[in-house]
Design a binder for this molecule. Sequence first.
Ligand code: TNX
Length: 526
Amino acid sequence: MSTFSKAITLILLTLFLSACNKGKKIPTLNFPSTDLSTENMIPKPLEAIATNEGFSLDQYTAISVSEKSDDLLDLIWFLSEKIKAKTNLDIVLADSETPQKGTVIYIEKTDALKQKGAEAYLLSITRDSLILSSSQASGIFRGMQTIRQIIPDNSNDTITTYKTWPIPTGEINDKPQFEYRGSMLDVARHFFSVEDVKKYIDLLAYYKYNILHLHLSDDQGWRIEIKSWPLLTKIGGSTEVGGEQGGFYTQEEYIDLVNYAARRHIMIVPEIDMPGHTNAASVSYPILNGNGIPPKLYEGTEVGKSTLDTRKDEVYTFIDDVVREISAITPGPYFHIGGDESHVTKKEDYIYFVERVQEIVRKHGKRMIGWDEIATANIDSNSISQFWASKENAHLAIEKNMKIILSPAKKAYLDMKYDTESKYGLSWSGYIPVDTAYIWTPEAYEKIPLKNIIGIEAPLWSETISNMDELEYLAFPRAIGYAELGWSIKENRNWEDYKKRLANQAPFLKRMKVKYYPSSLVKWNE
Ligand code: TNX
């Protein structure tokens, strides 16, 4: 923020405070010196400067906004709700009519920030005020997660007759390193309910993720209503791995998820995996099938046996309808076409298919993402390749000037077991203990130039997990580390320091009833 706009903010705030403080003012408290820069924030912010005093969050704290627009009012409603959940305090909206006795949280939209970008924010904390500034709602939302994280878990009951949650003073200037910070949930191998997905979104939001990729179709299940092809969910949605009943989202439920995520500044990326991984579609409409074997419902876990018939026009009519219907209810710019492990599709057919599907995705106004194999086709630089296994494919994508999402299975797969003892998970790409998940450098992975990297994503495949407890066991704590790899710069990441901050996530995870895997590498603060 420039000195000028800082001065303006201060003047406005002083005027506001004095207008508010006609009632008797609560004296500012003297807290034992605490250090903002060593707080348990994950991801680690770009810059945190401590001034070693304390801002008192207590029953006298009020919240105020620079403009009473719908987005800001919704944001402060969100923050107040979270403060209430953590401290049981009711933070009221201050206005100059109501005498304000205590400290103030001030939320402000401004373009005058040191860090640029929609998600950049500044948090400026003194003894009397906590000011959160950003040019956009998304930056304010990210900054609010920081506020949530620096509110102490327990109140200080010794200084005053009322409870106070002292927040260390200082300044945080923050912004993400990568614009794409995602996790993927495979709702196809096992279906997860709208409520389950919402809980996962809440957890991702707290760690500043901005993408949730939903793997909506696979051999074992089709999970989203397509009105023009109703049997997809009626037949294809009826099964899942292991013989349990499947499930699917109606379009209305999907829209509910999109909106729920959007309020948390998370974008949904829908994936329809093709031309392989399509058994559920082919059982529903056998005309789509291209592997020559009459399709049957499938509840196993082997991959690579199905394919669409890439040389039939009806197949592209089908894809056009699917992409059209899903795109119409997906506000984000991306559509993921899968494209992985099409082992029974001939190479030339695969290439022909990906190129035709790219046109369809473009026609419906979306930008195509696909697993790394798509770079073997002749596609354009606007499409994005998601690196999961093949270095060669990653380099084909680089030659085509494409952006790459990093999801290397050896490092970033949430469905890999932690070690030989793990109750759930697979191990085909190795074990991924909590330190291995964190200690790697996306900025320099497999010689992929930094300029090609749009971000990182941690996929959670669900062959071995079928409920929330099992999901949480694999995702947490590793998903917390990937949040930091996506947001924080290399110079700010350090395993020893991270490990301590991670240990202190235990109270939050407990409050959220998350059954995380209590890795013995971390001394959990339980
Ligand atoms: C590979 S990663 C797959 C998935 C499996 C996963 C299990 C990728 C693009 N394909 O179909 O679920 O391994 O780890």
